[in-house]
Design a protein around this ligand. Structure first.
Ligand code: PGA
Length: 252
């Protein structure tokens, strides 16, 4: 049985004061034993302080990005070892904002996945098509390309601990989520693609849905058989909404 994950991607939001308030509220109202794994991913500069607040709690810490290289002259970059050092267990790689706004290629994303995996972090690999791709019927093709580069470079074995997040770009921050059926179709495809290389790993890989997940639509999305939780942007900044989404990812 796959344990669901609900991860909050704070993106470039927050301040020390706002973060403290959000974490306090989350810790005050989070169940002692949530049915799903819960992760928060603050901006780099707040990781250490957020990690300190989360210590001993059921909430885990994740980064939003990682450098593909281990160390050296890479101004502005943050390595997987550094993320581990400040208490991260997870890291998002290949978010569509990184791919589109900062021109991260499939190859670079795959190297980031490998770097995170090598240091014992759980990489959350984001894949997903743009609206034009979906309209042209190319959703599977795009997702397969993004996934295959990682499978080629890192091997299916790297997904043993890894997580995939299917995030259709047209659904991110738009308030227009994929329907549960659209999500299930893509998730089933992703699992089969991994399964073509290793059926056991495919059955165990957590595949999260991301893109306008809210308290009001989480239950129906998470009810789909291949949807194992969610990667949450906007709604992860509101404690009550995020906790409702977390509860929706429970078993059943
Ligand atoms: P959203 O973002 O929930 O605000 O649509 C999701 C994401 O970008 O991971």
């Amino acid at each position: 049985m796959r344990r669901a994950i609900v991860a909050g991607n704070w993106k470039m939001h927050g301040s020390r004061t706002e973060n403290a308030r959000l974490i306090e509220e989350l810790l005050a109202h989070c169940p002692a034993q949530p049915a799903a794994t819960c992760v928060v991913c603050p901006p780099f500069v707040y990781l250490q302080e957020t990690g300190r607040m989360l210590r001993g709690s059921v909430l885990s810490l994740g980064g939003q990005d990682v450098c593909a290289d281990a160390q050296g002259a890479f101004t502005g970059e943050v390595s997987a070892a550094m993320l581990k050092d400040v208490g991260c267990e997870y890291v998002i790689v290949g978010h569509s904002e990184r791919r589109l706004l900062y021109r991260e290629s499939d190859q670079l994303v795959a190297r980031k996945f490998g770097a995170a995996h090598a240091k014992g972090l759980v990489p959350i690999l984001c894949v997903g098509e743009q609206l034009a791709d979906r309209d042209a019927g190319r959703t599977h093709e795009v997702v397969a390309r993004q996934l295959d580069v990682v499978l080629e470079l890192c091997g299916a074995g790297a997904l043993e601990r890894g997580v995939v997040a299917y995030e259709p770009v047209w659904a991110i921050g738009t308030g227009r989520n994929a329907t549960p059926e659209q999500a299930q179709d893509a998730h089933e495809f992703i699992r089969a693609r991994i399964g073509a290389r290793d059926a056991r790993i495919a059955a165990a890989t957590r595949i999260l849905y991301g893109g306008s997940v809210k308290a009001g639509n989480a239950t129906e999305l998470f009810a789909m058989p291949d949807v194992d939780g969610g990667l949450i942007g906007g709604a992860s900044l509101k404690a009550d909404e995020f906790l409702t989404i977390l509860a929706a990812a429970g078993p059943g």
